[in-house]
Design a protein. Structure first.
Length: 156
């Protein structure tokens, strides 16, 4: 229900609650599939890594985090057996993050759960409501780097 015209709509609060709920569902459903170690950075990271190896710094750029934070994400995935980190054969200064076979399976499970959750939302909302939500969420992307990271998301 929309607020009175003089009230400020609590969009940020609602967005934060929706994100928290989504992450909880992701973790719960992945645990049911045997992946009880889901971390909130995993979905974006493994989806990017499915396209092929990527240097740590470029992974950070894609995730919108620093190189150091991207190294922590990559190390977490490595510790769980989902990636290897190897020196780039053409540039010894770079380290590439590469999905392992277990990482490919994990990425497939993550994507399957995301698609399942998306289908459930589509069943609960009218297409016009989804289009409006899409427009509002895209309007909430304030800076160009965020807009670029979201560009790979297909529009409904």
């Amino acid at each position: 229900m929309p607020p009175p015209s003089s009230a400020v709509y609590p969009f940020g609060d609602l967005l934060a609650l929706a994100r928290q709920s989504w992450l909880g569902q992701m973790a719960s459903r992945l645990a049911e599939l045997g992946y009880d170690d889901y971390r909130r950075s995993d979905a974006a990271a493994v989806r990017r890594l499915r396209r092929g190896p990527v240097p740590v710094g470029r992974l950070g750029t894609f995730l919108g985090i620093t190189r150091q934070a991207a190294k922590k994400v990559a190390d977490g995935l490595r510790q769980r057996g989902y990636v290897t980190i190897q020196r780039d054969p053409e540039d010894a200064r770079q380290f590439n993050v590469i999905l392992t076979a277990a990482g490919q399976e994990y990425a497939s499970a993550v994507i399957a759960v995301i698609e399942q959750l998306n289908r459930e939302v589509m069943r609960r909302a009218d297409p016009a409501e989804l289009a409006a939500a899409d427009a509002v969420l895209r309007a909430a992307l304030f800076d160009d780097s965020t807009r670029q990271r979201a560009a790979w998301l297909r529009r409904p």
